[in-house]
Design a protein around this ligand. Structure first.
Ligand SMILES: N[C@@H](CCC(=O)N[C@@H](CS)C(=O)NCC(=O)O)C(=O)O
Length: 237
């Protein structure tokens, strides 16, 4: 495997990142649902960062990611000498570093539920993620409906209903926009792209998420990208 030492360009990007505040390493905005989550959190909460984008599904993708993290996946946050890999670990790190910004809900019960549903998202819904991969620029109405993805859509609807009715007051999942909404933002994009029908209150929630300035900015930038990742462009069943 090539190392950072053999790639002077990336070596200088990393050296600069180590010296300058926070750097978030992400994949293509059109496809990288995991990258979208911390990027939306940092943007929504006004946490300044430099973005480094690595193109997915290219011959040098693994080598380029390995330059920043041995875990071999994006997103990665570089904070001085600290490297945080994984979307959820990054969000937890940010919540700890910026306690005044309330990235998680303030109420203890709401926060416990917010963490639970983010973990459920992070470790589950693989049927939905496989059958309906995120491709912000394209529409696949009615596609990707497997028994597993339908079950995942049902469970996600149940989660949103519970959060919105008990804590959300018909705004975001816990009222004010939080990490939990950022964690489900890529699901909102999938539901939009694959034309999933939802109950009116959940559809309205999806529209609020898409209208959030940080989400809207990510989507705009995803639409402006020109690079294609063949793996993610395959027509779904
Ligand atoms: N559990 C990880 C998953 C990250 C992940 O799977 N990222 C994908 C892009 S969305 C990746 O880096 N894939 C490597 C590749 O395509 O070579 C997280 O939450 O950050």
């Amino acid at each position: 495997m090539q190392t950072l030492e053999s790639n002077p360009a990336l070596q200088s990007v990393l050296a600069k990142a180590r010296k300058s505040g926070l750097t978030l390493v992400i994949g293509n905005k059109n496809y990288s649902s995991w990258s979208m989550r911390p990027w939306v959190v940092m943007t929504a909460f006004g946490i300044a960062f430099t973005e480094v984008r690595i193109l997915l599904d290219q011959p040098d993708t693994s080598m380029n990611i390995a330059a920043f993290s041995a875990a071999g996946r994006v997103p990665v946050l570089i904070a001085g000498e600290i490297t945080v890999a994984d979307s959820l670990a990054i969000c937890e790190y940010l919540a700890e570093q910026f306690p005044d910004k309330d990235l998680w809900p303030q109420d203890v019960a709401a926060r416990a539920l917010a963490r639970s549903i983010c973990c459920e998202m992070h470790s589950g819904f693989s049927a939905l993620r496989t059958a309906m991969s995120m491709n912000i620029r394209r529409r696949f109405p009615g596609k990707g409906r497997t028994a597993g993805s339908q079950a995942d859509i049902g469970r996600i609807s149940e989660i949103w209903e519970e959060c919105l009715s008990n804590f959300g007051h018909h705004e975001f999942l816990f009222g004010k926009f939080s990490i939990a909404d950022a964690f489900f933002a890529p699901v909102v994009m999938r539901f939009h792209g694959y034309g999933v029908s939802l109950a009116p209150a959940l559809q309205a929630y999806c529209e609020r998420v898409q209208a959030h300035p940080a989400v809207a900015q990510w989507v705009r930038e995803a639409c402006a990208e020109v690079e294609l990742a063949g793996k993610h462009e395959r027509e779904p069943d």
